[in-house]
Design a protein around this ligand. Structure first.
Ligand SMILES: [Zn+2]
Length: 203
């Protein structure tokens, strides 16, 4: 039986950065805007999260508000957990930044790259019961962290009322169905407050 994980938000600039803690073993979900390492450090300190207790950083997807500090966190000693479906998205982040953003490019040879089926074991090694699932829709590289208590961290997975009648929309609908089927009960999104998971909309 896992000890219940605790969840903190160290976010800023309208973006949530979630710290999941099993005692002093922690996982940071989503990794800051480019050029904001000072703000991230200050928020972690204010919330009582020592940087050296963060065992992995995980970006739900490689957009600048979710992965902007991935490299600087690595340089500060936080290994980057990457899912195989995300590998090709990493080099593209740089193309969405301007020099003034002070984005530090993310190297790809020194990450902890795993498959989705390996995610439960990787999380259990840091004391967290859960798995990481592929949840495309907002982007092809989008993943969600689903804890065994039903908490799910969905990044920018499109909320059901905003899903369009297009291919990304179909992918997003399938992703929500997957999460619901795996027992998700409470959504911790990349932006906005945590909300209960609604039953599947009837159509
Ligand atoms: Zn995004």
């Amino acid at each position: 039986m896992w000890r219940a994980a605790t969840i903190l938000n160290v976010g800023y600039r309208s973006t949530n950065y979630w710290v999941i803690s099993a005692g002093s073993s922690r996982l940071l979900v989503d990794l800051g805007w480019p050029g904001t390492m000072g703000t991230m450090r200050a928020n972690l300190e204010r919330m009582g999260v020592p940087l050296d207790e963060i065992k992995y950083g995980l970006a739900t997807h490689y957009h600048i508000d979710h992965a902007g500090l991935a490299q600087e966190l690595k340089q500060a000693g936080v290994p980057l957990l990457v899912l195989e479906a995300q590998v090709t998205a990493i080099p593209l982040v740089k193309s969405w930044t301007k020099p003034a953003d002070r984005f530090v490019d993310i190297t790809t040879h020194d990450n902890v790259t795993i498959s989705f089926s390996e995610s439960r074991a990787a999380l259990s090694r840091i004391g967290i019961g859960g798995e990481i699932l592929h949840t495309p829709g907002h982007s092809d590289d989008s993943v969600s962290l689903l804890l065994d208590d039903g908490s799910v961290f969905t990044g920018d997975l499109t909320p059901p009322p905003l899903i369009g009648e297009d291919e990304p929309g179909a992918a997003a609908t399938a992703s929500w169905r997957l999460l619901r089927g795996r027992g998700a009960t409470r959504i911790y999104p990349g932006h906005g407050p945590a909300v209960p998971m609604k039953p599947e909309p009837k159509d």
